[in-house]
Design a protein around this ligand. Structure first.
Ligand code: BTN
Length: 252
């Protein structure tokens, strides 16, 4: 993965570009990296703040031969890879909020946006977009975001650590970690991903609010299934398995 890299100093969104070239047939593992995105996108149609050289804004084109139901595993795998890479490069201990937000001390430092293109019953391609806040200072975040977002630099400074993080080094580490796990997803070996995900989860054991069949429920996130669904014990006593969709964790 990442042997073919396309770099931009500015682009609308690396996910948009990756989708375009994937449709034209680019090879699996092609990586799009930009210093700045003018229309960076988050999940659920939100904007993603992608200021110049402040973070890692990248998208990977994947062509896994897996059924649709297993795509969820890839998004969990990507969050595991990011957490492992942050620890390896800077000994940063980050957590994972369901399904794939990376959190440090309750604030989001990385988001993952997976988009796919289906052919009849199979996946044609999948774009894995990863955004990591690396160099932002507090002033770089809007008032609304400053309660919810942080950067690796801000976190290290809070710990009194003066370390310059190189984005290229982090990108390489994320790709290497992801490559190892991606091979497991492709051969249906999910045990390691689930156990790593659980190890780093900040969602399990917490109160969550979920949308299930268009209704909202409150409950406690108890576990994840072998195929990556969140198991929630709801206030009404029922137990629900949530495949995707929004889960908000209280107090985070
Ligand atoms: C989220 O948590 O809402 C997902 C954020 C994903 C952001 C990344 S940055 C690189 C790629 N290009 C985009 O436009 N979005 C993703």
């Amino acid at each position: 993965l990442g042997r073919n890299i396309i770099y931009f100093d500015q682009i609308d969104s690396t996910n948009n570009y990756a989708k375009r070239i994937a449709l034209e047939g680019c090879e699996e593992g092609t990586l799009i990296v930009a210093d700045c995105q003018t229309s960076g996108r988050g999940r659920l149609g939100r904007d993603w703040n992608s200021a110049n050289k402040k973070g890692i804004w990248m998208s990977l084109v994947l062509r896994p031969d897996i059924p649709f139901e297993e795509v969820q595993m890839l998004t969990l795998a990507a969050s595991v890879a990011v957490v492992q890479a942050l620890y390896e490069v800077a000994e940063i201990k980050a957590g994972i909020k369901w399904p794939n937000d990376i959190i440090i001390n309750g604030k989001k430092v990385c988001g993952i946006l997976v988009e796919m293109n289906m052919e009849i019953e199979s996946i044609n391609f999948l774009v894995l977009g990863i955004g990591v806040n690396v160099n932002q200072q507090k002033e770089d975040f809007s008032e609304e975001l400053s309660d919810k977002a942080t950067s690796l630099k801000m976190h290290l400074e809070e710990l009194g650590i003066q370390k310059i993080l190189k984005r290229t080094q982090l990108i390489a580490a994320i790709l290497l970690k992801f490559e190892a796990i991606y091979d497991k997803v492709k051969c249906g070996d999910f045990g390691y991903i689930i156990s790593e995900w659980k190890k780093h989860s900040v969602t399990l054991g917490r109160e969550v609010s979920i949308i299930y069949k268009d209704r909202q429920y409150r409950g406690i996130a108890q576990d994840i299934t072998k195929d990556g669904k969140l198991i929630v014990k709801c206030e009404d006593g029922t137990v629900k398995e949530v495949f995707s969709g929004e889960v908000s964790v209280r107090g985070l």
